[in-house]
Design a protein around this ligand. Structure first.
Ligand code: PLP
Length: 393
């Protein structure tokens, strides 16, 4: 694999990914000569419509879904909002949502908004997580009531990579006639998914997390699930989302899903080996460092490590000077000095939560890059700890 920018060691792939060269190539004709509107009657537009159809089939194949279950959106956030709001409109008599304490702001802030801005019309249960970031299934079961309109639980966490048992959770919701949505923005392309065999009604994904461009997403809507659109307008997307299709990006997403389906298993096992090498070495050579999140029930690319008595932001700045890109907390929470809500929900001590770094790899990382990071990190942490009044090392 060739790095897109050799001066940078990019380990922030849960924030966004490099657009694969094959994806750029697939998109180019739709940014140049094939600019027709897929809804037009003429052949020029009709051919573009066929490319969208092909892309839909490729996304469906990666998910083990049917093409008509795939609706293109503008991003993961739109897909999340669409699913949850659809459920509330489908069952206006039901006023309860079940979610978790560790969701991405795309779900977290929508639920907060529904709870407060709507004049307390909706009630939200946020499931707890334990020290490893895992849910308590007994708490989940007792949270499901006749008033519950929808369960929205992320498949894998963007900060720790922890994977939730969504298959089992979706079946439990289905047995009670409750709709089930999963935010799979971090999951698709990293682990195998077969929606045919699952009771998931809605699934969200986002192009820019799997080597497609920013500004395109998908909402999977299981055949037979009642649905109310969020974006009203034209008849695009089988009447499920108004607005002229983002053709080039949709084609790019289709190609990215095809690439993921062709090479995912093999490449992700290599990514996992790189991640494990990085994690094991850093934990072994840097004192007072700890892994956040379950050791095995985790995405293959993510390692969230806390270095006690140092600030994550300071670590990031020093890493940046060596051209190493990572993140402290999620991309959306960086910029704030509050420790991440995910680590707080897991009960990570304050001194450790503040010094957490998320390394998120992709198929474009190499073992040489991993070894550069392993070589640089101890000196970075040591120099910062020397400045800390709390460090007694
Ligand atoms: N859900 C999760 C778990 C995410 O990690 C993200 C982005 O970081 C989103 C939703 C939002 O996706 P988008 O940026 O496409 O709106």
């Amino acid at each position: 694999m060739v790095a897109a920018n050799p001066s940078v060691i990019y380990m922030d792939n849960n924030a966004t990914t490099r657009v694969a060269p094959e994806v750029v190539e697939a998109m180019m004709p739709f940014l140049t000569e094939s600019y027709g509107n897929p809804s037009s009657m003429h052949t020029f537009g009709g051919l573009v419509g066929q490319s969208i159809k092909d892309a839909r089939a490729k996304v469906a194949a990666l998910l083990g879904a049917e093409p008509e279950e795939i609706t293109f959106t503008s991003c993961g956030t739109e897909s999340d909002s669409t699913a949850i709001l659809s459920a509330l409109r489908t069952y206006p008599e039901k006023r309860h949502i079940v979610t978790t304490r560790v969701e991405h702001p795309a779900v977290k802030n929508l639920c907060e908004n529904l709870e407060t801005v709507t004049g307390h019309k909706y009630r939200v249960t946020r499931l707890k997580v334990d020290a490893e970031g895992m849910l308590d299934m007994a708490e989940y079961e007792s949270a499901l009531t006749e008033d519950t309109a929808i369960v929205s639980v992320m498949w894998a966490n963007n900060e720790t990579g922890v994977i939730f048992p969504v298959a089992e959770m979706a079946s439990m919701a289905k047995e009670r006639g409750i709709l089930f949505h999963t935010d799979a923005v971090q999951t698709v392309g990293k682990i195998a998914i077969d929606l045919k065999s699952l009771d998931i009604d809605f699934l969200s994904l986002s192009g820019h997390k799997l080597h497609a461009p920013k500004g395109v997403g998908v909402l999977y809507i299981k055949r037979g699930t009642l649905f109310v659109p969020f974006m009203m307008g034209g008849h695009q997307e089988h009447g499920r989302r108004g607005g002229t299709d983002n053709v080039a990006s949709i084609v790019g997403l289709g190609r990215a899903c095809e690439l993921a389906a062709e090479k995912m298993i093999e490449e992700n096992s290599r990514v996992k080996q790189l991640r494990d090498r990085l994690e094991e070495k850093l934990l072994a050579i840097i004192p007072k460092s700890m892994l956040n999140g379950h050791k095995t029930k985790r995405l293959p690319n993510t390692a969230n490590i806390s270095f006690e008595f140092v600030e994550g932001e300071a670590i990031l700045l020093h890493m940046n000077q060596h051209g190493i890109c990572a993140s402290s907390g999620s991309a959306c929470t960086s910029g704030s000095l509050e420790p991440s809500h995910v680590l707080r929900a897991m009960g990570v001590p304050f001194t450790a939560a503040h010094g957490s770094i998320r390394f998120s790899l992709s198929v474009y990382n190499t073992v040489e890059e991993i070894d550069v990071v392993i070589a640089k990190m101890p000196a970075i942490i040591e120099s910062l700890r020397k400045l800390s009044p709390f460090w007694k090392g």
